[in-house]
Write a protein that binds this ligand. Structure first.
Ligand code: ADP
Ligand code: MG
Length: 211
């Protein structure tokens, strides 16, 4: 089993995610223009820029404090569906880490699963509803499965990234059953889900960090 995960690398992950969201803001907004209201890129970029600003102000010393701060910032700065959903995801991760000063790869995987649970509790998404869940759930499964086979965390995160990307791609033919896109009914078919696309960026950012 690989070494403990430092709060510094977790913060690196959050910052890399913010940078990827900024780079992909227009793309995310275009995806949302097709099946929503064209604000997903600007929503996530505003939220993650605010999260980075909050981290620049005071650097959290524990994983719990880090993700609680990111989650609270997203909830308070982003309206729409994605603020509460991504906010709850990070808040639940923070709660899962708690006050502990050390984080193992298994703690990390458990926190990610807890974050997924928060998304479900908040948005009631089920598999195949064409939401961020459809990228996040396979990523969580892939990481758990890799770690149960004694893989290093970095290897598990690559598997999670690939699973999230496949999950993102699989949303294209789906009919949306949750969120704004569901108002379109059949017309939502044939478009990639914006939130699932952001989740793929989140896992991409993890593989670009020094886990
Ligand atoms: P809004 O839909 O309020 O404009 P965004 O455009 O920022 O918010 O986010 C849209 C994304 O939120 C969708 O692409 C989808 O992935 C996600 N989403 C919407 N509703 C739900 C839900 N109930 N459960 C999980 N994810 C959802
Ligand atoms: Mg939108």
């Amino acid at each position: 089993m690989s070494e403990n995960v430092t709060t510094a690398v977790l913060e690196e992950w959050v910052r890399k995610f913010a940078a990827l969201v900024a780079d992909n803001r227009d793309h995310l907004t275009e995806l949302d223009a097709a099946i929503g209201d064209a604000d997903h890129g600007s929503n996530m970029d505003r939220g993650m820029k605010a999260a980075v600003a909050a981290l620049n102000e005071t650097e959290p010393t524990t994983a719990g404090a880090l993700f609680t701060k990111v989650g609270m910032t997203l909830v308070s700065t982003v309206g729409g569906a994605s603020g509460p959903l991504f906010g709850t995801f990070f808040l639940r991760m923070g709660t899962s880490f708690g006050d502990s000063g050390t984080t193992t790869p298994l703690d990390f995987a458990a926190a990610l699963r807890s974050g997924l649970g928060g998304v479900v509790a908040r948005g009631k998404a089920e598999p195949g509803d064409k939401t961020m869940y459809d990228a996040l759930a396979p990523a969580v499964e892939a990481l758990d499965s890799a770690l149960s086979q004694q893989s290093q965390l970095a290897t598990g995160l690559k598997a999670a990234r690939d699973a999230a990307a496949a999950g993102r791609d699989a949303t294209t033919p789906m009919l949306a059953r949750k969120g704004r896109a569901s108002y379109l009914g059949e017309r939502s078919v044939g478009h990639q889900d914006p939130g699932a696309t952001t989740v793929a960026l989140l896992l991409e950012a993890a593989t670009e960090s020094a886990f």
